[in-house]
Design a protein around this ligand. Structure first.
Ligand SMILES: Cc1cc2nc3c(=O)[nH]c(=O)nc-3n(C[C@H](O)[C@H](O)[C@H](O)COP(=O)(O)OP(=O)(O)OC[C@H]3O[C@@H](n4cnc5c(N)ncnc54)[C@H](O)[C@@H]3O)c2cc1C
Length: 263
């Protein structure tokens, strides 16, 4: 018989709309223990009000201290999906209410043994959340000569999440190239970081180094698939491509999530 995974409670402290379709949630772990995780990992939230336990995965969006984080405060960014069970229940969550979540999971992380000369990071929509947490690691990597290309995709400039934080990081970190890929509309006064393209198409502006590049693809499953195919065609071995598709595993088009790497 299916045994639900162990959970611990998060209490909602604050939430607000970042854009008309994306809500930012700030929780605290309410059992008093710290939450130990690596930037890039996700939590599985147990959806309230269902007869049998139903879970939805959300990447931890905390802006972190270097590498590993022991946090009491947990941030998530959740895109509202029409008819979506999890997103509807999350929107209805009141401040002070608690939700059960599982331990952090996933391998969509920058790891100490990675032999990267350059990180190629592609994200769309809320799929930029893992990269927010990785910024301090990327800064440390830059000090060791590792460069970063960060391609962030959204429909319009207003839909780009945490744009000021990523812009500040690109200004501060050496050899850090940032592109905001606006698929529908450029800003009125576009800068050198703004392009009118899908993220996977913006990749064409960068020559792939099969020996030195390590690529990460996160968010919309179509983007992840298209980006993966392009990187493979450009000679990047699939061992050097990490993927996080934002889909509900039981629904059509979903893939089995990576084997959990709980900390
Ligand atoms: C490892 C991992 C991390 C994730 N991290 C995040 C995150 O940080 N933020 C976040 O918002 N989501 C994230 N997701 C996606 C999230 O877990 C849900 O799949 C998504 O929020 C939809 O769940 P739902 O219950 O609202 O909709 P569901 O009840 O699962 O689906 C309802 C209907 O909407 C369709 N649908 C589902 N997703 C979408 C979509 N994105 N666009 C359009 N239609 C859709 C379904 O096919 C279905 O017909 C992540 C997924 C994984 C696997």
């Amino acid at each position: 018989m299916f045994a639900p995974p162990p959970t611990f409670p998060l209490r909602l402290l604050d939430s607000h709309w970042l854009t008309p379709g994306v809500r930012h949630f700030v929780f605290e772990r309410s059992d008093g223990s710290p939450l130990v995780f690596l930037p890039g990992q996700f939590l599985r939230v147990q959806v309230a009000g269902t007869d049998t336990p139903v879970f939805r995965s959300y990447s931890i969006a905390n802006p972190n201290d270097l590498g590993r984080s022991d946090a009491q405060r947990i941030e998530l960014v959740i895109s509202m999906v029409e008819g979506g069970l999890g997103s509807a229940r999350m929107t209805a969550l009141g401040h002070g209410e608690e939700i059960p979540v599982t331990a952090p999971n996933g391998r969509f992380c920058l790891l100490p043994d990675d032999a990267a000369r350059r990180y190629l990071l592609l994200g769309t929509g809320t799929g930029v959340a893992p990269y927010r947490g990785m910024l301090p690691q990327l800064e440390a990597a830059a000090a060791n000569g590792v460069s970063t290309v960060l391609l962030l995709g959204a429909r319009t400039p207003e839909d780009q999440l945490f744009a000021d934080e990523f812009r500040a990081a690109a200004a501060r970190i050496p050899n850090f190239e940032l592109r905001f890929c606006h698929s529908r509309r450029l800003p009125e006064d576009p800068g050198p970081q703004d392009v009118n393209a899908y993220v996977q198409d913006a990749l064409a502006g960068f020559e792939i180094d099969p020996e030195g590049d390590l690529a990460y693809l996160c968010g919309n499953p179509n983007m992840v698939d298209a980006g993966f195919e392009r990187l493979k065609a450009a000679g990047l071995h699939l061992k050097r491509i990490r993927r996080e598709k934002y889909v509900t595993p039981s629904l059509p088009g979903a893939v089995t999530p990576a084997k959990p790497a709980s900390l």
